[in-house]
Design a binder for this molecule. Sequence first.
Ligand SMILES: Nc1ncnc2c1ncn2[C@@H]1O[C@H](COP(=O)(O)OP(=O)(O)OP(=O)(O)O)[C@@H](O)[C@H]1O
Ligand SMILES: [Mg+2]
Length: 235
Amino acid sequence: MDLILPEDKPVQPHPEPHNFFIWGATMSGKSYFSSFFPHPLSLNTDGNADQGTTPAVQIRNVRGTDGRLEVSAIEMLDSVVTQLQAGQTTFQTVIVDVIDDICVMIEDAICINAGVQALSDIPYGKGYALFNTILQRFVINLKALPMDVIYVSREISVTDESTGSTQLKPSLKTKYYNIVNGNCDLVIHTQKFGTETYTREVTDRRAAYKPENITNKRVRQLLESCRNMFPVNTK
Ligand SMILES: Nc1ncnc2c1ncn2[C@@H]1O[C@H](COP(=O)(O)OP(=O)(O)OP(=O)(O)O)[C@@H](O)[C@H]1O
Ligand SMILES: [Mg+2]
């Protein structure tokens, strides 16, 4: 195969976000907001899928009576990715709801297969290495699809002992957050105030996106509903 090189001149960037990280407390509207993206498919872990309208695949580790894995979450994710790669689907958005649980399931599957309690029980750091490879492959494969990808994560509050101030953060462990987020373009925080007020705010972005560069009208409208998405000075 002859790879065709581009012309040697600067290209005009048209940055458009396709990979999203949405985090927030439980019942703050993460799944609800995600469900409005075009033609969504949810890779669901919490069994809440029945409550929404989004078509969903339940991801889990299925163990037989002997304790061995009959089907692992890793195999289920592989199967989903392979089918999406084959392109015979009308889905346009993949929602990983929630990525925190997917990480725990991958860890569990590795541990059950190795007959150990924790990744750290697998010698020479091989457990961690295997975990990183599997998570990275999953994220990179999803990113390569011609679809939008949304990772949903829960929220934790961290209190700084010295100042007493409390900060809200995604609950995904930092090292996993870095793998996932290294492949995301926008980070959105959902919050619920009182019983009926739902807000969404962009807390991180890869580039200063412009409304006119968001090609899908529906996605543009959804992003316009997030505070801090298009700060006035970037227009
Ligand atoms: N922007 C909104 N406007 C009106 N209702 C909303 C909005 N966001 C969420 N809701 C309502 O709140 C409920 C809970 O939202 P949702 O299921 O999206 O929460 P979640 O953050 O995914 O929670 P969990 O972490 O428990 O899965 C939904 O069933 C929906 O009816
Ligand atoms: Mg949810």
